[in-house]
Design a protein around this ligand. Structure first.
Ligand SMILES: Nc1ncnc2c1ncn2[C@@H]1O[C@H](COP(=O)(O)OP(=O)(O)OP(=O)(O)O)[C@@H](O)[C@H]1O
Ligand SMILES: [Mg+2]
Length: 171
């Protein structure tokens, strides 16, 4: 697990861009963190870095949306789903099998259902004193944690860690 501080939303976007260079067909990315922690901000930059040109909206209501960039990317948000059967209905293993990159907000709810390899990125607010205006403007700190799990990433993990470590001092 790599943990480090994101100073503002530009930093969150830079992390997405940095990780995007290491992602490929069939990879699963789980995003965690409370409401407004920065999951969609991260996902949007990840998709844009992978060549998606259309507007990327939060999938909170549509649950899952597919985009075409260098890869086919599915962006899901399972916040509103409580029933594991409903998560199954999204057919995420099949999408991965078809070579889609799948990014899931509130992905920890599906942990264990979606295979043994995934990249989990978690965001935590650490700025107690920040004003609402600064928060909305993206000028608040987040603690980021990246967990790279499973055999799929074995050959990529060192390079990913090195790229992150070149920008942030990781704990
Ligand atoms: N360091 C930061 N990184 C990301 N977003 C930040 C940061 N600081 C402040 N923000 C603000 O926090 C908000 C993050 O919203 P975002 O939609 O990305 O969160 P979310 O985790 O997807 O929320 P939800 O759970 O509702 O889907 C934005 O308004 C953004 O400007
Ligand atoms: Mg969101």
């Amino acid at each position: 697990m790599l943990t480090f501080v994101l100073e503002d939303s530009k930093d969150t976007k830079l992390m997405a861009e940095t990780l995007s260079r290491h992602l490929t067909e069939g990879d699963l990315v789980l995003l965690s963190g409370e409401l407004g922690a920065g999951k969609t901000t991260f996902a949007r930059s990840l998709l844009q870095s992978l060549g998606v040109r259309e507007t990327i909206t939060s999938p909170t209501f549509v649950l899952i949306k597919s985009y075409q960039g260098k890869l086919t990317i599915d962006h899901a948000d399972i916040y509103r789903i409580d029933d594991l059967e409903e998560i199954e209905m999204l057919c995420i293993p099949e999408l991965l099998e078809d070579g889609h990159l799948v990014v899931i907000e509130w992905g920890e709810k599906a942990l264990g259902m979606l295979g043994s390899s995934y990249l989990q990125v978690s965001f935590e607010r650490i700025d107690g004193d920040v004003s609402v205006e600064e928060e909305i403007a993206g000028a608040a700190k987040r603690l980021a944690a990246i967990d790279i799990v499973g055999p799929r990433f074995r050959d990529r993990i060192a390079q990913m860690e090195a790229d992150i470590g070149r920008i942030w001092s990781v704990a």
